[in-house]
Design a protein around this ligand. Structure first.
Ligand code: 5GP
Ligand code: MG
Ligand code: MG
Length: 191
């Protein structure tokens, strides 16, 4: 495509534009800042790699301009038996680097679908004696309403379609796409 990026040809439809994402990130940061104005030792942001990396980068900077200070933490987990038979069993590949006892924790999530990994993660963080553990998720899929995972801040409700971009991948690609879109069907049939 003239003046385009390599990925534009692979995207069938843009679901959420770059501008809409950036505006929503500012709104979410304003909400979180208002609810955490009294926090003296800063909030502890926990990003679950890799999908939430873009959101973490933009959200933490938006929060920094208006809200309490933050510490940025990263976790990597792998879930077993994903899909209908998922047991919600999770293995930690990278744990937190510090003690979270007594802290206000905010899990920064890309997308909540079945919510199984998140539900496990919330139990884990609570067992480490955080004062509060809240979730800010940029995207939510329809199935998320069926499970009882408390997501305090939600950016966008998405249709039940597989999307890529803004951190979300298909086979580890498309994470750098600045908007969220649906791939053309041919992309799934390559090699
Ligand atoms: P859950 O445990 O809530 O079913 O799944 C959440 C994880 O599945 C997300 O963090 C994300 O990595 C992945 N996921 C769920 N829906 C989508 C989607 O539409 N596109 C992509 N690329 N990943 C998704
Ligand atoms: Mg995630
Ligand atoms: Mg993925």
């Amino acid at each position: 495509m003239a003046d385009g990026s390599w990925y534009d040809a692979d995207i069938d439809r843009v679901i959420i534009s770059e501008k809409e994402i950036q505006e929503k990130v500012e709104e979410l940061a304003a909400e979180v800042a208002a609810d955490h104005a009294d926090v003296e030792d800063g909030v502890l942001l926990v990003c679950v790699l890799k999908g939430a990396l873009m959101f973490m980068a933009d959200f933490s900077r938006a929060l920094g301009r208006i809200g309490p200070s933050a510490e940025l933490e990263f976790m990597a987990v792998s879930s077993y038996g994903h899909g209908a038979t998922s047991s919600g069993v999770v293995r930690i590949l990278k744990d937190l680097d510090r003690d979270i006892a007594g802290r206000r924790v905010l899990v920064v999530e890309d997308i909540v679908d079945s919510g199984l990994t998140l539900s496990w993660l919330l139990r884990y963080l609570e067992s480490r004696r955080a004062v509060s553990v809240d979730v800010v998720a940029l995207f939510r899929k329809p199935d998320a309403v069926k499970v009882n995972v408390p997501v305090r801040y939600v950016g966008f409700d998405l249709p039940n379609e597989f999307v890529v971009g803004y951190g979300l991948d298909y086979a580890e690609r498309y994470r750098e796409v600045p908007y969220v879109g649906v791939l053309r069907p041919e992309v799934y049939n390559r090699d």
